[in-house]
Design a protein around this ligand. Sequence first.
Ligand code: G4P
Length: 533
Amino acid sequence: MANMIDEIKKRRTFAIISHPDAGKTTLTEKFLLYGGVINQAGSVKGKATAKHAVSDWMDIEKERGISVTSSVLQFEYGDCCINILDTPGHQDFSEDTYRTLMAADSAVMVIDASKGVEAQTRKLFKVCAMRHIPVFTFINKMDREALDTYELLDQIEKELGIPTCPINWPIGSGKAFRGVFDREHSEIELFFDTQKGTKMGNVQKIALDDPSVTDYVDPEQLEQLEEEIELLDGASAEFDQDEVNAGELSPVFFGSALMNFGVETFLQHFLKMTTTPLPRTSNQGVIDPMKEKDFSAFVFKIQANMNKAHRDRIAFMRICSGEFDAGMDAFHVQGGKKVRLSQPQQMMASERKMIDKAYGGDIIGIFDPGIFSIGDTITTSPDKYMYEGIPTFAPEHFARVRQVNTMKRKQFLKGVNQIAQEGAIQIFQEFNTGMEEIIVGVVGTLQFDVLKYRLENEYNVEIILENLPYEHIRWILNEDIDLAKVRGTSDMKKIKDLKGRPLLLFINSWSVGMTLERNEGLELSEFGTAEQY
Ligand code: G4P
């Protein structure tokens, strides 16, 4: 037990959230460099190698050269065992991206210093905020012309609604970038070109009051820095670990992932400030990994069709407590059955490998003969508790879907339902018309292609997708509502999900507000509440 708890205490499990191109892959790669997983940055450049190593799971991934699924990287740094959850962001943005955040204990938010807070960051941040997990900000690309530092912090505070606490402060940007000022030690970490960041840079520091500081920093920049620090000390929030833990304050760091500047400093501070595996809520109270001796985990993602011939699936689970041994038996609570957890896999620098042991905080992929659903709990505890479910996230693209050959209705419904059960798509029906019309909702449009491809290849059903103009979906939280009586705008559509829960679709976000105004007491949510237990 002592050994197990020690192992769990070493774990740091986090996701990196950002808008495409902010530098998530580059930053991850530099983390791996410091973790000793690779010797030279560039050797696991995500996009190129991931294509071969991770993504042979589905032909569509090969065809498009992108990874449809998110993966997990594990490596050691110092005394910590780090699990980084990848949140795919380009065309492969999907509901899985959101679900991955449910498995993380904290998040690193990468922001492009020349762009500030962007759309996808905003969406991912919202999910972190819903869970109140700590969020750490890395403002990247300081080697390029950046927005004003105050403007950047202001955007984070106003647009995301979280106060910030700069741990360091940049001196210039672009060609005039000289480094960052470490507020706690009152010294400057000097920026040098570290061979385009292919090696671990030597960190060079100089005290602010060292007379030779002007050899590195222009007098005007120094003067500006002193003014800014003074202002900052008076105006910005003080560092408070409790607020960080509660997701109410984001520590901010500046650097350049590409040039490998500020990355190790960030990593070291981050590992001190972030959390060990967090307790999780179950239907029998909170389960604390530091106290619970039994193994428990929940499924947050299902990866279908790793082996087309067998329709195999891999269920990705987050271990919440205890120790995992390959091939162990555990109880699948939702299924009400004992299961053998076989073929456990873990990601290691974008390669899958078999593992024997894992601990609370780790993520493993388990062979799934088709029994697991997203949100399910697996445990060896005699208490057979169930973890809180995973909410449904708002799709942003909708299409009406029909099978070409009407004789294939049965296969069509089976396929659509199975793919929905894996969580790749959400399906809805029109409010009044029964099962005839099926509306599919997805978070990223790639999932439409995945749906079409899989129905054709696995279920032998050709479909036609007719895009619908809706962009906003809201779950109705009021119980016992009479959907017929909800008075909306002309662009509103009433639908139901498979469980019969009422929802509303809108073309404009403006109409959401109008509908709320017209129906007193109506409560709408962007998240579908999880099936509680
Ligand atoms: P992502 O995973 O968040 O989508 O971003 P990624 O790391 O792939 O970075 C996107 C682009 O930004 C890449 O350039 C990358 O080299 C560049 N980049 C990342 N960090 C920094 C930084 O600190 N400073 C500067 N100047 N650039 C940075 P690319 O040309 O699109 O790709 P590549 O040809 O370099 O692979």
